[in-house]
Design a protein around this ligand. Structure first.
Ligand code: 5GP
Ligand code: ZN
Length: 140
């Protein structure tokens, strides 16, 4: 279902213009308006899903095939040295547009910045075991 007040629904439907890289029945892939790197793309499902919790398994599986297609094309076309796939869910994770989308971000060896990063910390084996058990038990 399309949501009339959702900007990505409207972009995906072609009601708002975008630099479209690829389109099929299920997705539109566009250049990000504020790119983190040259060729930063967004894969937008035409169906409205707010985030990964709502995303259908079928759409998620199709999306990964599109992500691969875009990664291979960007690597060749832009001579990228690497590709990050990034997908944010909820404000705490940096989601600013509440319509599921995946970032495909070409990376270049000469970039000064590292835009996808976290600070690795050492882990405690007991705590790790408890965390793994908590997640496993939720899966049932
Ligand atoms: P998020 O932070 O939700 O993971 O990513 C949203 C992305 O959408 C941002 O990188 C932002 O630059 C991009 N964006 C927001 N509005 C528009 C728009 O109207 N057109 C395009 N092409 N990109 C947009
Ligand atoms: Zn939407």
């Amino acid at each position: 279902m399309k949501k009339d007040d959702c900007i990505f629904c409207r972009i995906a439907a072609g009601e708002i213009s975008s630099d479209t890289v690829y389109e099929d029945d299920d997705f539109r892939v566009i250049l990000d308006l504020n790119p983190g790197s040259r060729g930063h793309m967004l894969i937008i499902p035409k169906e409205h899903y707010q985030d990964i919790y709502e995303l259908s398994d079928e759409c998620g599986m199709k999306l990964m095939a599109v992500a691969k297609k875009m990664a291979v094309a960007a690597k060749k076309a832009l001579k990228a040295d690497g590709i990050n796939l990034v997908q944010n869910n909820e404000e705490a994770a940096g989601q600013s547009v509440p319509h599921f989308h995946m970032h495909v971000i070409p990376r270049y060896k000469d970039e000064a910045e590292r835009i996808v990063c976290w600070n690795p910390k050492s882990s405690d084996p007991d705590e790790q075991a408890a965390i793994a058990e908590a997640i496993r038990s939720e899966l049932g």
